[in-house]
Design a protein around this ligand. Structure first.
Ligand SMILES: CCCCC/C=C/CC(=O)SCCNC(=O)CCNC(=O)[C@H](O)C(C)(C)COP(=O)(O)OP(=O)(O)OC[C@H]1O[C@@H](n2cnc3c(N)ncnc32)[C@H](O)[C@@H]1OP(=O)(O)O
Length: 358
């Protein structure tokens, strides 16, 4: 049966009630279908190349070509209906007790043997972190901080640990660039604060290359185990950006200002052994035995008395917490301005418009 005007209006109201942000790609599709259903084919002039947001919206609408208004209306209703059911399904899942799993689009959360395992799970994009993933990780960490698991572990699916922030987070935002930068700073602040305040042992199992925020965050972990295949790269200057996740404080403190500057200012990529020598990595393992050795060790650690580990972590972090929150605040404010800078916009633009591989 064809969707009526009433169905369409109900769907528009339903969108406002979605429990979970559907992500930029879906929001663009909704926008395009709405415009096509109400105004017909796109006849607006194409926005300029630097007007990322309006250009993305125009592209999405224009891509619908001469799709009839009724079909666009039907597709809009169907899309909203699929989002409503998946949002209900995902809001029911909660990690915690052994054996349960919580899955979102970009991360996989499991808990077994006292260990909460959070896997960056977007291997086709080298585990780049989307806005939605930041939010899902915040939720997973909040759950892990109060459930009955003892240790929380991050790792990556596929050949990468993570390629850091998804560089299309800002180019595909549906509001203006300024709105995206504001949202980015708010999400980043909460995301990093969740790591600063996380009360249980936090371990990174770095299975492959790590870039950007997936590297800087390691300064807030309690242990970092790396495969000898892993590399550590923070190309902030190349991207017209500045350090985050408190690395402007933790890196110089851990490796001295000269070595920190090589990473954070000049974007020097470290091998796993170099990162170990600088104190960023706890131990490096040969790739061939990495998973077995690390997980055997973590399973043993997860049997240690949980309260004792939590209290020790609290003592270690206590004197630093206030400082870390202040650093996070300042880094987010600085980054917000960087995201709106020409240097940053040009760098992101050249990544998203690079030639596809043959
Ligand atoms: C709330 C907001 C908080 C923001 C916090 C800010 C954090 C700062 C950072 O994290 S800065 C770091 C950003 N990351 C990068 O600069 C890495 C960019 N990617 C690359 O340089 C390369 O992709 C690579 C070196 C990671 C891998 O190169 P390789 O040649 O092996 O593979 P591809 O380039 O073909 O990648 C495969 C597909 O994955 C997509 N992709 C990879 N990384 C990202 C990314 N960071 N953002 C978006 N997309 C990414 C890539 O585009 C390919 O996609 P395609 O197959 O569709 O073309």
């Amino acid at each position: 049966m064809r969707a009526t005007q009433q169905d369409f209006e109900n769907a528009m109201n339903q969108v406002k009630l979605l429990k979970k942000d559907p992500g930029n790609e879906v929001k663009l599709r909704l926008y395009a279908l709405y415009k096509q259903a109400t105004e017909g084919p796109c006849t607006m002039p194409k926005p300029g190349v630097f007007d990322f947001v309006n250009k993305a919206k125009w592209d999405a609408w224009n891509a619908l070509g001469s799709l009839p208004k009724e079909t666009a209306r039907q597709n809009y209703v169907d899309l909203v209906s699929s989002l409503s059911s998946s949002s209900e399904a995902s809001s029911q899942g909660k990690g915690g007790a052994d054996g349960k799993a919580q899955e979102s689009k970009g991360i996989l959360v499991t808990s077994e043997g006292g260990i909460t395992k959070i896997t960056f799970n977007r291997p086709s994009k080298k585990n780049a972190i989307t806005f939605q993933m930041y939010q899902d990780i915040i939720l997973a960490l909040k759950n892990a901080s109060t459930d009955d698991t003892v240790i929380t572990v991050f790792t990556g699916a596929g050949d990468y640990y993570s390629s850091g922030n998804d560089l299309t987070n800002f180019t595909s935002a549906s509001g203006g660039m300024e709105e995206a930068a504001n949202k980015g700073a708010i999400v980043l602040r909460e995301f990093v604060n969740t790591f600063i305040d996380f009360p249980k042992p936090l371990v990174a199992v770095v299975n492959g290359p790590a870039v950007g925020i997936s590297v800087t965050l390691l300064g807030l972990f309690d242990a970092v185990y790396a495969s000898d295949r892993a590399t550590f790269h923070t190309p902030f200057s190349h991207l017209g950006q500045s350090p985050e996740a408190c690395s402007s404080y933790t890196f110089p403190k851990m490796m001295g200002s000269a070595k920190a500057a090589e990473m954070l200012l000049f974007g020097k990529k470290l091998t796993a052994r170099e990162a170990w020598a600088q104190g960023l990595v706890t131990e490096v393992f040969p790739e061939s035995t990495f998973e077995t050795e690390v997980w055997t060790r973590l399973k043993t650690y997860a049997k240690l008395p949980p309260n004792s580990m939590r209290i020790s972590k609290e003592l270690i972090r206590k004197n630093e917490k206030e400082k870390l929150h202040a650093v996070n605040e300042e880094e987010c404010t600085t980054l917000r301005a960087r995201w709106l800078s020409e240097e940053c916009i040009n760098a992101i633009m050249s990544f998203v418009t690079r030639k596809p591989k043959l």
